[in-house]
Ligand binder design. Structure first.
Ligand SMILES: O=C(O)c1ccccc1N[C@@H]1O[C@H](COP(=O)(O)O)[C@@H](O)[C@H]1O
Length: 207
């Protein structure tokens, strides 16, 4: 299982997450307590291995600003976490992760044709567009509706529920932010435990 740790704000946390097995790290450039500058993200990203995805998280940002930040920071992927249109997604120069709160299968089906390689399913919006630590009912999701897309599961995941989430949705990747924090700060022990759980073999695969 691939894992993205989101809301990285310093080099030590980024390097530790990668050492524990993270496949992708997220850098928030939207209104959030985890927001960082392009320059700070660049400082962190310059220390990371090439193969790790460096994902920039944006909410209803302009195309010019996204491209400017992506170039400075060295991003590899763009996560659109607002109400961005299909045309907007197509205008970007990097692979897109389109995030949406799960609001039933009728809405989910509309995402099938959205021009993005990845669809990220999040919990309901709270104070911010994302990173609120709120899960949704995974068993309601008909993932067959997103055939052909790489599905990323997010929203309220933590070390105690990530195995059940994976077994229910069988996503391409899981994404966590709040669930690996203590008092609003990334907690290395929680990151390690989350990665161990997410990357452990699925119980039904073990004979
Ligand atoms: O993490 C943030 O602060 C954030 C701000 C604005 C948009 C998205 C954000 N993060 C994304 O939110 C989801 C869920 O996070 P959580 O684990 O429930 O806290 C995840 O995709 C983050 O990438």
């Amino acid at each position: 299982m691939k894992v993205k740790i989101c809301g990285i704000m310093d080099v030590d946390t980024g390097l530790a997450a990668v050492e524990y097995g993270a496949d992708a790290l997220g850098f928030v450039f939207a209104k959030s307590k985890r927001r960082i500058t392009a320059e700070k993200a660049q400082e962190i990203i310059s220390e990371l291995p090439k193969e790790v995805y460096k994902v920039g998280v944006f909410v209803n940002e302009s195309q010019a600003e996204i491209e400017r930040i992506a170039a400075i920071a060295g991003l590899t992927h763009i996560q659109l976490h607002g109400e961005e249109s299909e045309n907007f997604s197509e205008s970007l120069s990097l692979p897109v992760i389109k995030a949406a709160s799960f609001e039933g299968n009728e809405k989910l089906a509309e995402l099938r044709d959205f021009p993005a390689e990845y669809i990220l399913l999040d919990g309901p919006k709270g104070k911010y567009h994302g990173g609120n630590g709120t899960a949704f009912t995974w068993s309601e999701v008909n993932t067959g509706l997103l055939e052909g897309k790489k599905v990323i599961l997010a929203g309220g995941l933590h070390q105690e529920n990530v195995e059940a989430a994976i077994n229910t949705i069988q996503p391409y990747m899981v994404d966590v932010s709040s669930g690996v924090e203590t008092d609003g700060v990334k907690d290395l022990a929680k990151i390690k435990a989350f990665l161990e759980k997410a990357k452990s073999e699925r119980k039904e695969d073990i004979i």
